[in-house]
Design a protein around this ligand. Sequence first.
Ligand code: ARG
Length: 460
Amino acid sequence: KEAKLWGGRFEESVTDAVERFTESISYDKQLYKHDIMGSRAHASMLAHQRLMSDSDRDSILQGLDQIEKQIEAGEFVWRTDREDVHMNIEAALTDLIGEPAKKLHTARSRNDQVLTDFRLWCRDAIDAIVLCIKRLQVSLVMLAEKNEGLIVPGYTHLQRAQPVLLQHLLLAYVEQLERDAGRLLDCRVRLNFCPLGACALAGTGLPIDGFMTSDALGFTAPLRNSIDAVSDRDFVLEFLSANSIIAIHLSRIGEEWVMWASEEFGFLTPSDSVSTGSSIMPQKKNPDPMELVRGKSARVVGDLVSLLVLCKGLPHAYNRDLQEDKEPVFDSVKTIVGMLEVSAEFAQNITFNQERIRKALPAGHLDATTLADYLVKKGIPFRTSHDIVGRAVGLCVSKNCQLKDLSLDELRSINPVFEKDVYEFLGVENSIKKFCSYGSTAATHSANPIRKNLINGRLT
Ligand code: ARG
């Protein structure tokens, strides 16, 4: 068996079971790019500070280039006995270039190294997710454009409430996603600080320059406190929280679309390319992608909960428990990217069934609140208007008709305030035109800045 990089004081080697149980290489090899990036910056700083010679630095940099190429070509052999990505790369570098490699870990611990890798990895992951969010927003805006002016029933308690424009609903999703992207970008600002130099937990007595490594890696600055630097996982918790909120938003969209695709609603039809069938029922065409978006949100929330529970009760500085922080993050990112991509594809491949929706609109007295507003405009206090319209609705229910079918005499029998102009307020087409408040469903307000930016292709 090869001696461990940390093996000096040990007289026995670890058992196979312990080796298998403690390894993280099987998943943290995903960090290789960022690990190499960190080592390049660290070696350059060490040479600049005269902690290694320029020629040692050059062999290290060349060796790291070669290792990166091997990894990317799938030729690198990842070894479980070398535990994790950091020691696999360092040991391979030693195999490759010999003595100079032994200087690389000067003034560095795996504790600050792993966090450097992880922060860099999360930074890239955030950028990738934000791009996916923008793509979904564009798909939703295009869907809104395609169905411009289409009125749909608006629901509260899943009961018919008021008419809304479909674009208003779709742009509500866009607004939520805009905040989701904002949360990720806030998190990115807070996580973009450099742990290198914290070493094991206390910093180092060697004359390093933490600002130099921090700059080279695109961090804002080195972290101010070495214990904090190696202890903290709040950047991870914040990232997973932001992902969880995205997941919940997508799950709600999924639920809405699955429901709308049902025979009972029949408001939308997904194309075959985003549907799947049944192994027994030949007629079936299911909106599985959006059901799975709804379903996979559970994993993303679970990943956050894993991390919260992992951190609870841990004393400060590094504890091996913290190795368990990677898989939930990898899973959360992979899942959220998939959810965003498939939601965008679904949005690009659904048709709203205008005829069916139009036929559904008369039911449920969607114009009742508009009628109450009409009475307010006539000077009736709102509570009284509410009561009057409530009676009118009662009359409709008993006659099995719509508000607009009531004659002026019938309306006046409830209250004499009604005039002929009441019919300009009745029916969903009239009702929808009456909305005028800021942020309401009125067409003018649907032309919001997010939509304009997205349409102009500005992915800001
Ligand atoms: N594989 C470890 C992790 O992911 C790296 C840090 C290990 N540090 C240590 N002192 N054992 O957390």
